[in-house]
Design a protein around this ligand. Sequence first.
Ligand SMILES: [Zn+2]
Length: 308
Amino acid sequence: MSGIAPTLPPQVRVFVRDWLSSNNILLKGREGHVLIDSGYARHAPLTLALLATPQGIGAAALARLVNTHCHSDHMGGNAAIKARYGCPIALPDGEAPLIDAWDENTLLLAYADQRADRFAYDEVIRAGETHVWGDLEWQALAAPGHDMGALVFFNPEHRILVSGDALWANGYGFVMPREVDARAIPATRATLEMLAALELRVVIPGHGEPFADVGAALERAFARTAAFEADSLRVARHALKVVLTFALLDQRRLPLSDMPAYVERIGIYRDFNARFFRLSPSELANRLVAELEKVHAARREDGWLVPA
Ligand SMILES: [Zn+2]
């Protein structure tokens, strides 16, 4: 499915990370270097180390840090990068009130058992603006769905998109069921339609390698959206599986005996169970563990749930 290896302008460097940390996209320019997305807080030392390599910026300054959206895997390293470089942080204007309030529920932090170091931002970016980063023009485009305040950044000259979690080679970041946020799935479809009209040559996603086979990726994303539109339970199940996989990668292992208490303690499981599944905590825990085993995201080992 990898297809054609995408070519990127030399000043665009992508540090492909994993699922816990988003990719870090470095745009090197004559007037300063700009980094898009900072990864997860626990990986901040690695993010800083990558940035300081010759493939990064070496000993040079960082002019600006930009976020596609404010989930923990994209902004978790903001505080560490600002502490090291003293650079301004620019984030989507729709995310600013959430960061101001640092509400651990709406930011999906404590609510999803995720962590991020609190930071102060300096600038907001609005959809429709054009910014020059890495000597290239980037249009900020609203990309609501997975995150209602998310932006993506489009370079018309090379038809490159920095997509955050709005489009991956295989899918996109989990969305809220319509019973939780009625706007999320319709916005996801509208965002995909907007992206389809851009005739993109290369997508640099928030997770996974940059890819050129954009038509196939959009097809998969539309198919997933149609399945989500048809079945809220599927949307809810998918979200919990993603969030549990993330927690497992973060904490490296979870005690199986604590799983029923865990799904009672962490808000997103408790709320989704009450709303969609109405299972006992141990039934919900068993079902989630079994589903992660089935897709080879996790396995049981000596009383622990560990990443597979
Ligand atoms: Zn996200």
